[in-house]
Design a protein around this ligand. Structure first.
Ligand SMILES: *[C@@H]1O[C@H](CO)[C@@H](O)[C@H](O)[C@H]1NC(C)=O
Ligand SMILES: *[C@@H]1O[C@H](CO)[C@@H](O)[C@H](O)[C@H]1NC(C)=O
Ligand SMILES: *[C@@H]1O[C@H](CO)[C@@H](O)[C@H](O)[C@H]1NC(C)=O
Length: 367
């Protein structure tokens, strides 16, 4: 049963032609366009496959990493552009206790669970609920029903994500999830890899400057599981409160290890500043001096995982591009990693009959 959607995806790779595909469970690529600003989304993993806007000289460029075909997204292991869940980031030892019951998840990152497991929300077909390609607010709404026990998580869950071009160079992402019959942790994250110089430019992001509106971060152990502390960034290489070149810091921070080999780079959760962790507020500003492009990110989540593509290595991407280490950066707004095992972290538990999970992001691009 679990394999059927994969086969369906591989057989039905196609480019959808407008709204006629809405509601059908086939895999397509949907373009949203407002003048020279365009975004492409596929319902495979609710994935953003391209974001195009001009640089300071007026040249259009695609600023997100990805692949040319859906088959490569199906096979890929980097989560390019994907919507990850049911619980993004790591859950220690792929296990948690909720309301006295033990739940075992699919361990796909050593002993830990990562990004919802082996077949999380980034590896399933979403249903296209609504698609408006152009006009004042081009948008697409995708829906996924996650079943009780999927990858070990409790209860049925209805999940929606809407991608919308809400004004000329603004991309809005709105997510929600409703627990239908059991309490469950929910932590969704948008996993787009950004390179404002252009995904095929051959340049990495070490020259980008990043500013994060975060005075604290959650330190981690060697397997990237938080220790539970909330530590000040002041006096550490994690302090990005003023615009800082990625390359100036990247070798001062440990980027975890995959299979015994340690890498340098950011792969760490910051606690976003602000009194109200659920209010929409400025999270980050990223600038690429070479292209003149910049991106401001706003969100309403307690945390943001800042990742600098530490594990990218010779990945064959769009149009013959090859992505290497530090070839892009991710700013994954979300709850704190492993919150389900950390009583001191903001709760990610969503209960039936109570408020749904909500997560809004706003990307403002300029050039
Ligand atoms: C599948 O992914 C692996 C790396 O994860 C890569 O080596 C292989 O070439 C990919 N296959 C296809 C058909 O894209
Ligand atoms: C979730 O989003 C969908 C699509 O925008 C919307 O129809 C639905 O009412 C939302 N649900 C909640 C609980 O906010
Ligand atoms: C570790 O890497 C080696 C060589 O790349 C590979 O053969 C082995 O399967 C990997 N082990 C794990 C647990 O990923």
């Amino acid at each position: 049963m679990a394999r059927v959607p994969l086969l369906v995806a591989l057989c039905l790779v196609c480019f959808a032609s407008g709204a006629s595909a809405a509601g059908r469970k086939m895999v397509g690529v949907y373009e949203l366009r407002k003048g020279d600003f365009s975004v492409k989304v596929t319902n495979w993993g609710a994935t953003v496959t391209s974001v195009v806007f001009p640089d300071s000289k007026g040249n259009l460029g695609d600023v997100v990493l990805g692949y040319d075909t859906i088959a490569e997204y199906v096979n890929g292991s980097s989560y390019f552009g994907a919507l990850v869940g049911r619980v993004a980031n790591r859950v220690a030892k792929a296990r948690f206790v909720l309301d006295g019951k033990v739940y075992n998840l699919y361990a796909n990152d050593g002993k830990n669970a990562l990004h919802g497991g082996h077949r999380g929300f980034s590896k399933v077909i979403w249903t296209v609920k609504e698609y408006v390609a152009g006009g004042d607010s081009p948008h697409i709404t995708l829906y996924y029903h996650s079943f009780d026990g999927e990858q070990g998580f409790p209860g049925d869950l209805d999940v929606y994500v809407t991608y919308e071009l809400s004004s000329p160079y603004v991309l809005r992402v709105r997510m929600n999830a409703t627990a239908l019959d059991k309490a469950t942790p929910v932590n969704l994250a948008q996993h787009t890899y950004w390179n404002l110089g252009g995904q095929g430019s051959g340049r990495d992001v070490l020259g980008h400057t990043v500013q994060l509106f975060a005075a604290h971060y959650t330190p981690v152990d060697g397997t990237l599981i938080p220790t539970g502390q909330l530590a000040p960034v002041a006096g550490t290489p994690y302090d990005l409160r003023t615009p800082t070149a990625v390359g100036a810091r990247v070798r001062q921070v440990s980027g975890g290890s995959s299979n015994g080999s340690a890498v340098y780079g950011f792969d760490i959760n910051y606690a976003v500043d602000g009194e109200d962790a659920r209010a929409l507020r400025k999270v980050a500003v990223v600038r690429d001096g070479a292209s003149g492009r910049a991106m401001e990110l706003w969100a309403d989540q307690p945390g943001v995982q800042f990742y600098t593509g530490n594990f990218l290595k010779d990945v064959k991407g769009k149009g013959g591009a090859v992505y290497g280490q530090y070839g892009a950066l991710c700013l994954e707004t979300q709850g704190f990693p492993d919150a389900v095992n950390q009583p001191g972290f903001p709760s990610q538990i969503v209960r039936p009959g109570q408020a749904a999970y909500k997560h809004d992001m706003v990307f403002k691009f300029s050039f």
